[in-house]
Design a protein around this ligand. Structure first.
Ligand code: HPA
Ligand code: ZN
Length: 342
């Protein structure tokens, strides 16, 4: 069903909170080329169009190969600043009022980019986004699960001098054969430093990985979580504990987690009262920022106005924000829904 103007209008006006966004996944081909020229990095593509044409993925790993290759152009503090600012400008156009950004330090520290350049550049962008757009944001440091526990511990050590600059840790990269249990100790150490915990689970991996993320890592939110439905008791647990799923429908479509958006279980889970949210994951690679994820999902799954509102509320409630800020944001969500169309 095409999206009618009332729902289109509601989606445009809703203040949005984005909780699942890899900042490296916002690197648009134009910026990839300009940074490659700046640093003399050779890209395996002849043009911006050739890059876009390569974005035809068969699974998560086929995407990750290109995503990590693209990261090679991010070298200096000013590159991370430019990357963050481009995202915030785009997110502001979608009425994002708060974003919690994942970053993958190992991708950069492996190339001898200092942690200070990564976190400092992102922080410069976050400060500017706050000044220019009134947008708040936080950083979540992700460990790459295809690398070792030792590498994750080293990364945490390198990041601790910047402890006040990030609010949590997460787990991303290739899920298959890299269970959360591999990182139980490093997540315990991170929690010891007062960091929040999230983890990608149940994107390609089995529901048992979602349980491990919850039970062993003490994840407060699950990133993706699509496969939770294969374990009905787990779905009940997610509802009872109000564990949010940060779902990314266009990502799931592009990485062939689902064949068609109309088959996505987001609406079914939402209707079972799971705290589902909509996010963009790696929007430069998957064909749409958060607004486009809302629009295409609402159309494909025939979401009602009330359900679209619920998605926005769920994201506010699941954010790592103080309660009074959440109350104010929920007020703004309700005001947007109550406003006359136009
Ligand atoms: N899954 C796992 N790792 C990732 C993703 C994702 O969707 N995006 C960037 N790193
Ligand atoms: Zn992700």
């Amino acid at each position: 069903m095409p999206l009618d103007s009332a729902r289109e209008d509601l989606i445009r006006r809703l203040p949005k909170v984005e909780l699942h966004l890899h900042i490296e996944g916002t690197l648009e081909p134009e910026m990839m080329f300009s940074l490659a020229r700046k640093h003399g990095v050779t890209l395996p593509y002849s043009s911006v169009d050739a890059v876009r044409a390569a974005y035809n993925f068969s699974d998560l790993q086929s995407f990750l190969d290109l995503y990590y290759a693209g990261c090679d152009v991010l070298c200096e503090r000013s590159d991370f600043y430019a990357l963050a600012m481009a995202y915030f400008t785009r997110a502001h156009a979608d009425n994002v009022v708060h974003a919690e950004l994942f970053f993958d330090p190992q991708t950069h520290t492996q190339r001898n980019v200092p942690m200070e350049a990564i976190i400092g550049g992102l922080r410069d962008g976050m400060n500017d986004a706050h000044k220019r757009f009134g947008m708040s944001s936080e950083l979540i440091l992700c460990f790459l699960r295809h690398l070792s526990e030792e590498s994750a511990f080293e990364t945490l050590e390198m990041a601790l001098p910047f402890r006040s600059e990030f609010v949590g840790v997460g787990l991303d990269s290739g899920e298959r054969d890299n269970p959360p249990s591999k990182f139980e100790r490093v997540f315990a150490a991170a929690r010891g430093h007062g960091l929040h915990v999230v983890a990608h689970a149940g994107e390609e991996g089995p529901p048992a990985y979602i349980r491990e993320a919850l039970d062993l890592l003490h994840a407060e939110r699950i990133d993706h979580g699509v496969r939770c439905e294969e374990d009905p008791a787990l779905v009940e647990y997610l509802v009872a504990k109000r564990i949010a799923l940060t779902m990314c429908p266009l990502s799931n479509l592009k990485l062939r987690v689902v064949k068609d958006l109309r088959e996505h279980n987001l609406a079914r889970l939402l209707r079972r009262d799971v705290a589902v949210t909509i996010n963009s994951d790696d929007p430069a690679y998957f064909g749409g920022y958060i607004g486009e994820n809302f629009r295409q999902t609402a159309a494909a799954l025939d979401l009602t106005r009330g359900e679209i509102m619920r998605l926005a509320e769920n994201a506010v409630n699941a954010a790592f924000l103080p309660e009074d800020t959440k109350v104010a944001m929920l007020g703004a969500v309700h005001a947007a829904a109550a406003a006359p169309h136009g």
